[in-house]
Each structure stands twice: as structure tokens, then as C-alpha cells.
Design a protein around this ligand. Sequence first.
Ligand code: NAD
Length: 352
Amino acid sequence: MSYKITLIPGDGTGPEISQVTKRVLDATGVKIDWEVVEAGSDVAEKYGTPLPENVINSIRKNKVAIKGPITTPIGSGFRSVNVALRKELDLYACLRPCKSYIGVKSKYENINLVVIRENTEDLYAGVEFDINTDATGQIIKLSEGKIRSDSAISIKPISRFATERIVKFAFEYARKNKRKKVTAVTKANIMKFTDGLFLETAREVAKNYSDIEYEERLIDNMCMQLVQKPELYDVLVLPNLYGDIISDLCAGLIGGLGIAPGANIGEGIALFEPVHGSAPKYKGLDKVNPTAMILSGVLMLDYLGEKKAAEKLEKAVKTVIAEKKVVTYDLGGTAKTSEMADEIIRKLRVKG
Ligand code: NAD
């Protein structure tokens, strides 16, 4: 059996880690027919957009995709290819497992958390305006699309529909993966309507899962708790913005962005990608850690039902990291991206 899978190399360091991830995934023996499509700032001029239509069409058709990171210009220009892809394909659940690996320098050990972030609404909906006011502070014009006036406003949509499905996703994930607890994280004490609705809906959904413990935390307290007692937590479910921030915090707990994988999942469709961005300062240097994207590939193999290949690949990655002989700079080594990937492939070929 062969899987047709869309590969988006991305920009910045994306193409380097995508290329080696493709090699590593091929070395697992799982047959993949790759459909490579381009997106990102490097190709924006060529196509007149950083997100050409054929990229969306390819993912819609193949139903499974893996991508390298894509740069998002700050403050101006195209909003975000990443956010657009998630919205366009309704990839409503962002799954980010954070696991400690032996050999990675961190103040923490035995972290095994899963962050499940709502991917379609909240302040990421991109409903923003600039506000022009007259001398008395009265709004005289509200216009979309322009930036850099004296003040601005952002709308935070939260719906029962989207909250129900993400919290359900979190509980179903917990059940399937033998996890014990789901924690819903909000700031419902202050944002009583939006986060209040998220919390109320989470409580309703939790009632259908009496086999899994449910608890709630406020986002500020959650940050402190994760830094002080991360072992108390298991699966976290959060609205979009908090989920984004907490994902990076959890990546920090396990020793950095270089080893944090991710997946964006919708109904019968999924896009896998590392948590980290395009790290443009290292572009073309064959220097960054390919692990986060390779582990995103492990999540992809697992999603495809290729459990054995997923386990074997994760074991190979773990061994290379634990041995610390052929690892990239962020893991205390001097190996290049491609050399670390070659070492992972060598481990994959070891029998047993
Ligand atoms: P970043 O994750 O690209 O890099 C931050 C720092 O983390 C890097 O300078 C580097 O020191 C380290 N780092 C990141 N990835 C690493 C790796 N694989 N190996 C070793 N070290 C690594 O974050 P940023 O600088 O804030 O973002 C750069 C661009 O990427 C921005 O335009 C941002 O919007 C975009 N971005 C894209 C995605 C995505 O495509 N899904 C996600 C996050 C950020």
C-alpha cells in the first residue's frame, strides 16, 4: 500500500528540515508517494501569493500533509499562511505532545504533556480594525485592513460549536491514548462572555467522560503551575491564543523548540508540522535540529495507522538524542541537520 501525501517545504530553514524528514520517512519502509507543493515568502513573487490555490487543493485531495515552517511578516502584509491553511481546511484541533527525551538538557525530567489548542477562532480569527477618534475620543471611522492608527481593536469570537468539538477531541484523545486527566484553561474570571462560554461548554462536554478526570485552571495560574509542578498535568485543552503560548512554554520545559512536534487535525484531514517557526537566521546553513519535523512525521505515521513504523522511528530519534554523538547545536552537538538525519536513518536500519 502506498500513501499519497502532500509535502510543503516552507521557507527559511523549512526546506532543509523538510528534505531530511522526507528521507527519514522513506527510510521507515512505509511507501509514500510525495506531492511537493510550494508556499511561503520565498515563492510569493512567483505565484503572486504565498499560499497558491494548488496547495490547498493538494491537501484537500490527499487528506494528509506535512509541512515545514513558513514565515509570517509582523505587522503588515499577508496575515499568515499557517493560520490561513488551518482556517481554509477547518483543521480545528492543534495537537502538540511535549515529551522529555533523555539527553536533552532541561531543568525538568519525565514531562509528558499534550497541548490541544483550538485552531479556528479566538483572537486568531483576524477580525481587527484600526479606530480613528476625534478630539473627544468619539470613533469617527472604523475600517478593516489598515494598520498603524493611534488605536486598534481586535474581536475575540468563541462559539459553543467550536468549543464543543475541541473539548470533545481532547477527551477522545485522552481516552484513546490512555491519558487520565483533561484540564481546560481559560481566563473566564475576566473574559466572562468569551472564555466563560468556553468554560461552560467544556464542563458540559466533560460530563460525558466520567472515566477521565476533568479540572480547570486560569491561564496565568496555569503558567506558574506548569513551571513549578508540570507532573500534575496531562492533557490541556485551550482556546487558540493561550494554546499557542502554552505550546511554546511546554516546548521550553522539554528543552526547546527543536524537539517539539505538532499536528493540525480536522474531519478526515490532517496537516503535520513542527511547533517552531522558520528560524530564518539559520537559513541555508544545514544547522537547525530536524527532530521536531521528524517527530511530526511520527505523529503522521501514527495517524495513518502505521503504528509499528511510528514506534520504530521514535525509538531511532530517541537513541540518537540519548547518545548525543550526532546531534545539532541546540542539543549540545556540532552535527549538521543532514548528519543528524543520516544518523537517525542508520538507527532505523539496525535490526531489533
Ligand atoms: P522560530 O521558532 O523560528 O525561532 C526561534 C528560535 O528558536 C530560533 O532563532 C532558534 O534559536 C530556535 N529554533 C527554532 N527552531 C529550531 C530548530 N529546528 N532547531 C534549533 N533551534 C531552533 O521563531 P520566530 O523567530 O519567532 O519565528 C520565525 C518565523 O516563523 C516568523 O515569521 C513566525 O511567524 C514563523 N512561524 C511559523 C510557524 C509555522 O510555520 N507553523 C510557527 C511559528 C512561527
